[in-house]
Design a protein around this ligand. Structure first.
Ligand code: NAD
Ligand code: MG
Length: 364
């Protein structure tokens, strides 16, 4: 299978490549050597991914002349903490690593966000590369440069922007990904397609069944299309200051509220986002005239990707409250990313009464 190479161009940072293809972990060292001359590479991974792919990653780094070190953190969202970041800083200082170390994140979005934050802060910043191993991290979190950790008070409350020197997405690593993690990535791909264009959306609708059974060519193309989409958005609005990047939150306003209300872990992030997309389409139909066939086409796409409508119930008022915890609230009014058509979105402020009315009909 061909290897796709997508260049991410960001005004205030060096541009970098996202490589997508089979068995890239085996070639990692050579790829990184092309753009980095460090003596030492420190691979940060988690306890699920390490036993599967750390050996191959380190072997390839050593072959390319790196001294390869590694740190393994616990798997799961809990590792995205100041405490774990602090343990890594201390371990790096104990190892006497200098400013020339290359930090390599090998894992999903948790490892990517954590390792990126550590790389951005250790000695005021060292080089950083991403080797995403979940579908979500390949299509979403490894591109765009957001890094950070959670606080008890909320997710991603501390962090910074740190662009990698390269992203190396080896589709072979997806063979071991559990189904629930798979559909999390599919939800973000569907989100990207709805926001991006008819072309992406109808390609995905036609390919949904092949994507759900992880057909290699379709998987690589879905990742490449999503990366191109996200890279373009980020290039226009690196630090989320121009409003363009807001489109990446499509489906997430209700999605985050459902995750929080049901208790984190009850529904996956992808399941909750897909539900948020279904809700946003219906708000769109009511508020900005989104055509019914678009609403139904998205429903069908999500069904075919293994993201059926959820069964959940909640008091509309508590859902509204949870949505108001969202970072995008301005002056107390809720803002939703609504597609007027596929590929044509806008951010709409909607008053509480209208939101409550729609939630009443929705949160069965
Ligand atoms: P994750 O990193 O927790 O990975 C999910 C699970 O899959 C973990 O248990 C992990 O150990 C396991 N795993 C990873 N790769 C595997 C593989 N190839 N085979 C078997 N198991 C594997 O979760 P995620 O969904 O990748 O990322 C979620 C995180 O990403 C969240 O913290 C979220 O906030 C963050 N995120 C960041 C951005 C950003 O722009 N930086 C964007 C979206 C999400
Ligand atoms: Mg998301």
């Amino acid at each position: 299978m061909a290897i796709a190479r997508i260049v991410v161009n960001i005004a205030d940072a060096a541009s970098y490549d996202v490589r997508i293809g089979a068995e890239l972990i085996e070639k990692l060292g050579g790829y990184l050597r092309d753009v980095n001359q460090s003596d030492t590479a420190l691979v940060i991974t988690d306890e699920n991914v390490g036993p599967l792919y750390l050996g191959a990653a380190k072997a390839s780094l050593v072959e390319a002349g790196y001294r390869a070190l590694d740190i393994t953190v616990p798997a799961g969202e809990g590792a995205k903490s100041v405490a774990v970041a602090s343990e890594i800083w201390a371990a790096m200082a104990d190892l006497k690593l200098g400013r020339d170390v290359l930090v390599v994140a090998l894992g999903g979005g948790v490892v990517g966000d954590l390792a990126g934050f550590v790389a951005a802060t250790y000695m005021r910043g060292v080089a950083f590369a991403q080797v995403p191993t979940t579908l979500l991290s390949m299509v979403d979190s490894s591109v765009g440069g957001k890094t950070g950790v959670n606080l008890d008070q909320g997710k991603n409350l501390v962090g910074c922007f740190k662009q990698p020197i390269q992203v190396c997405a080896s589709t072979s690593a997806l063979a071991t990904l559990p189904e629930r993690e798979w559909t999390c990535g599919c939800a973000e791909i569907a989100k990207s397609a709805v926001i991006d264009s008819d072309e992406f959306f109808f390609w995905l609708a036609d390919s949904a069944e092949a994507l759900a059974r992880r057909d290699e060519g379709v998987v690589a193309e879905a990742i490449a299309r999503s990366v191109v989409f996200k890279a373009n958005v980020v290039a226009e609005d690196e630090t989320e200051s121009k409003g363009v990047r807001e489109c990446l939150n499509y489906g997430h306003t209700l999605g985050h509220a459902i995750e929080a209300l049901a208790g984190f872990g009850t529904f996956s992030h992808g399941e909750a986002v897909a539900e948020g997309m279904r809700f946003a389409m219906r708000l769109g139909a009511a508020c900005v005239g989104t055509p019914t066939d678009v609403v139904l086409a998205q429903d069908e796409l999500l069904d075919n990707l293994g993201l059926p409508a959820l069964s959940w119930s909640a008091e509309p008022e508590s859902v509204l409250d949870a949505m108001k915890g969202d970072k995008k609230v301005r002056g107390g009014r809720l803002r939703f990313v609504l597609p007027r058509e596929v590929g044509l979105w806008e951010v709409v402020e909607i008053d509480d009464e209208t939101v409550l009315e729609h939630l009443g009909a929705w949160a069965r």
